[in-house]
Design a binder for this molecule. Structure first.
Ligand code: COA
Ligand code: AMP
Ligand code: ZN
Length: 429
């Protein structure tokens, strides 16, 4: 039932002792990096003067902007000791780069293996990983975890719907890692192929990377004949394997031996009470190459301090209820509106006034981008406009990693940006 029984069954007091010791070690390591060396010095924080977990609050928060501005300055080891980099979202300075040593990769794989084992996955399972490989953490993170667990692992990657079904048939897949909206979208491909997912060997699904409802989980479980478990993680804290549901399916256990959890009111940044919605803040407790302290995730959730009937005291968080910033998740890919602005700014044929509309058509996310064409260019004829639309689509796809539907509109027909114009309308369920 447990992958790492001694750690998974620690009681709250034992967990806190371990966390305190690891927090001191982490602060000691972090101080070797130029970024935290300076931050911690300014805050007067040393490993020795961390007397209790309360002292965590003397350490300043780390934000995504810190990571964008100082990424490599957070390294505690020479670059030659780094073996992997991951990055989340596009390329225009919005991506955050996360660096891993060999030890970090192993520790991450352990956490993912522990998470999957908790749900009942075993070495005899056949695991099909349908997340994006490449710089996304979902692909390689789960891949290494599944191999560590000992399951036959199919690196299917995202997309290629027909082939996904063929792979499930060919290898008798029993466990899936899949984005929840795509799991529902894929049902149409099953339908067209005349295959009932319930007739295959599937029994488990790990769903995550985007917010989803209990109802969506229910639909996935019914259509595929599986138990579906919510999986939460973010690149800044390795990737997947930060919090995961147990067989109780009643909140996600945060692996508190590896991550120190805080839930903070996003306005005051004061601690939120149990059950109260707040922003998740995490501190790495075991990472070597690039430990991050008090990272403001911008993900909104609440926590439940009650031990779970599965025997684990690691606290549980609710589903992610939203974000406290303007980041969008489209087809499992993180997008910031500023990325769209940067692309438009580089195109002299359009104004920078734009409107983004998100819809879900047949469970597939659609990113509509409406852009105003410059007065002079608007009259150049249909061919030029079509060409412009194509170029814009390609430039946006290359930046955002998802293909938008670009709609060119007449000049001065979109709402003007007076103060903070509403540029994003999310019409997804
Ligand atoms: N996951 C996996 N595949 C997806 C998907 C998703 N969320 N959304 C769409 N697809 C499939 C489509 O069905 C299509 O395959 P098909 O034509 O064989 O059915 C293929 O991907 C391309 O679809 P399209 O809508 O043209 O995609 P796009 O160009 O807008 O985006 C993706 C390309 C899907 C590859 C990209 O959005 C992606 O990699 N998503 C997964 C991200 C991920 O793994 N996140 C985890 C982060 S930890
Ligand atoms: P990335 O850093 O690219 O791995 O993206 C991490 C972000 O994806 C998180 O901060 C969340 O906003 C989102 N995310 C990941 N897992 C989940 C999940 N299970 N439910 C809701 N959102 C999720
Ligand atoms: Zn539990």
């Amino acid at each position: 039932m447990y992958w790492n029984e001694s750690i998974e069954t620690l009681n709250t007091a034992e967990l806190q002792d371990l966390q305190l010791q690891r927090l001191r070690d982490t602060v000691r390591r972090a101080a070797h990096s130029p970024f935290y060396g300076e931050r911690l010095r300014q805050a007067g924080v040393t490993p020795e003067n961390i007397k209790s977990l309360e002292d965590l609050r003397r350490i300043p928060f780390t934000t995504k902007d810190d990571l964008r501005a100082h990424g490599k300055e957070m390294l505690t080891v020479p670059l030659t000791d780094i073996v992997r980099v991951h990055a989340s979202s596009g390329t225009s300075g919005q991506a955050t780069e996360i660096y891993y040593t060999k030890e970090d990769i192993n520790a991450w794989a352990e956490l993912v293996a522990r998470s999957m084992y908790m749900t009942g996955m075993r070495p005899a399972d056949v695991f099909q990983n349908m997340m994006g490989y490449g710089l996304f953490t979902g692909g390689l993170g789960f891949h290494y975890g599944a191999e560590r667990l000992g399951a036959l692992t199919i690196p299917a990657g995202a997309g290629n719907s027909r082939r996904q079904i063929q792979l499930m048939q060919q290898f008798k897949t029993t466990a899936l890692h899949i984005i929840p909206s795509y799991a529902l979208y894929l049902l149409q491909t099953f339908d067209k192929a005349g295959v009932d997912p319930r007739s295959l060997n599937l029994r488990l699904a790990f769903i995550g990377a985007e917010p989803h409802t209990e109802e969506m989980r229910g639909r996935i479980e019914a259509a595929y004949g599986v138990k579906a478990y919510n999986s939460y993680g973010l690149s800044e804290m390795n990737g997947p394997g930060v919090a995961f549901e147990c067989p109780e399916q009643n909140g996600m256990h945060v692996w508190e031996d590896a991550f120190l959890l805080e839930v903070a009111d996003p306005r005051t940044l004061e601690p939120a009470a149990p059950g109260e919605l707040g922003e998740l803040v995490f501190t790495n407790l075991t990472r070597r190459g690039m430990p991050i302290l008090r990272y403001r995730t911008r993900d909104l959730a609440s926590y439940d301090p009650q031990p779970c009937s599965c025997g684990r005291a690691h606290r549980r968080i609710s589903r992610i209820q939203g974000r406290s910033d303007d980041m969008l998740i489209v087809k499992g890919v993180n997008i910031f509106p500023i990325q769209i602005e940067k692309i438009l700014l580089a195109m002299p044929e359009v104004y920078t006034n734009y409107l983004v509309e998100l819809t879900r058509e047949n469970f597939n996310d659609v990113l509509h981008v409406k852009v105003e064409v410059q007065e002079a260019f608007f009259h150049e004829g249909l061919k030029s406009l079509q060409h412009l639309q194509k170029r814009l689509t390609e430039a946006l796809k290359s930046e955002l990693l998802v293909t938008p539907k670009v709609e060119l509109v007449e000049p001065h027909t979109l709402p003007q940006s007076e103060g903070k114009a509403v540029r994003v309308v999310d019409r997804r369920e």
